[in-house]
Design a protein around this ligand. Structure first.
Ligand SMILES: NC(=O)c1ccc[n+]([C@@H]2O[C@H](COP(=O)([O-])OP(=O)(O)OC[C@H]3O[C@@H](n4cnc5c(N)ncnc54)[C@H](OP(=O)(O)O)[C@@H]3O)[C@@H](O)[C@H]2O)c1
Length: 314
């Protein structure tokens, strides 16, 4: 199987004209998946994946780092062709802890620098007290200005090429932009055909922020039938194009100009998720897709859920 060349997008907010491959490989834990991360990542590199998404909280940094090291050693890829993202967890989402958290991630990944470092959630919790979901009583005020200054420091120190955020609403982005010296290049958020994020997409486009869609398949089949993988409209569109529903989901994201990080550790499905660049959806398909009922899948990482996390953004 020949490696596929994946298109890239430029970060408008990066003075270095940095580029990111539109499709990346996710690596969040999924207890229904029995496949080995290291083996899957090496296979992904062979197939053409260059963009890899991890986080301190996922527990996948070590295996991802080992896989990338081996892929480089085998001559499959060079470091400069890779795009590696990791994220600052809430326990270290404090001005005095962000730089050391990134150094720790780099050590685990066995990398000298990241391509992108993200604030994982606009939340801060008790340092050293990891829990998932996060206990609401462990939350502390989130000092966005102070943490962003530390993120900027991470970039100035050369520990990461770019910085961004994840799970930020329009209001939270506006607040961040009002204090940022270096503007965020990415906001990584849930985005899929049943949560299309129209308002957030418009705001991000106007402000040069690239969206990275997580759960682009709404978690695929790993949590049983879901609103996109079992959707009758999408089934018909997929049949008409001779594609799978997953490919229709990813092609739609590509046509919105966003980047996305589906996760599959299955050789066939990781390849299928790259076969989306040589065909397109019709205007009529887009019209039908616009009618899909919208609801958020991931309402937040806390227990109980926070009522104001998304600032009433629909
Ligand atoms: N920033 C954040 O807060 C945040 C939150 C959630 C996720 N993420 C990131 O986004 C990544 C992806 O999100 P996700 O894992 O929640 O959801 P997803 O990519 O929408 O779905 C993953 C599931 O879909 C299945 N799948 C993949 N390709 C498929 C295909 N072509 N056909 C049918 N099923 C397919 C996979 O199973 P198989 O492996 O069996 O193919 C897996 O169970 C994560 O791994 C993580 O890196 C970030």
């Amino acid at each position: 199987m020949a490696a596929i060349e994946i298109p890239t997008v430029v970060f408008p907010n990066s003075s270095a004209q940095q580029r990111v491959p539109v499709v990346g490989m996710g690596s969040a834990p999924d207890f229904t998946c029995k496949k080995d991360t290291k083996e899957a990542i090496i296979e992904a590199v062979k197939q053409g994946y260059r963009h890899f998404d991890t986080a301190a909280a996922y527990g996948s940094e070590q295996a991802l780092g080992e896989a990338l090291k081996e892929a480089i050693h085998l001559g499959l890829v060079s470091r400069q062709d890779l795009f590696v993202t990791s994220k600052l967890w809430v326990t270290e989402n404090h001005p005095h802890l962000a730089v050391s958290a990134l150094r720790k991630s780099l050590k685990t990944l066995q990398l000298e620098y990241l391509d992108l470092y993200l604030i994982h959630w606009p939340l801060s919790s008790q340092p050293g007290k990891f829990s998932f979901p996060i206990e609401v009583e462990d939350l502390l005020p989130f000092d966005v200005k102070g943490v962003w200054e530390a993120m900027e420091e991470c970039q100035k120190l050369g520990l990461t090429r770019a910085i961004g955020v994840s799970n930020f609403s329009v209001k939270k982005l506006q607040n961040l932009l009002s204090v940022a010296t270096i503007r965020p290049v990415v906001n990584q958020v849930e985005m899929n055909l049943a949560w299309q994020q129209k308002k957030l997409r418009e705001f991000c486009k106007e402000n040069g922020i690239v969206i990275t869609a997580f759960s682009p398949l709404r978690k695929g089949a790993s949590r049983g039938p879901n609103e996109v993988m079992e959707n009758d409209i999408l089934k018909k569109i997929a049949e008409a194009h001779g594609k799978s529903i997953a490919q229709v989901c990813l092609r739609w994201l590509y046509e919105q100009g966003v980047t996305f990080v589906p996760k599959s550790y299955d050789k066939g499905r990781m390849n299928q998720n790259l076969q989306i660049f040589d065909w397109s959806l019709t205007q009529e398909d887009h019209h039908k897709i616009d009618q899909i009922y919208q609801s958020r899948l991931i309402s937040g990482p806390t227990k109980p859920q926070l009522s104001d996390l998304w600032d009433d953004q629909i």
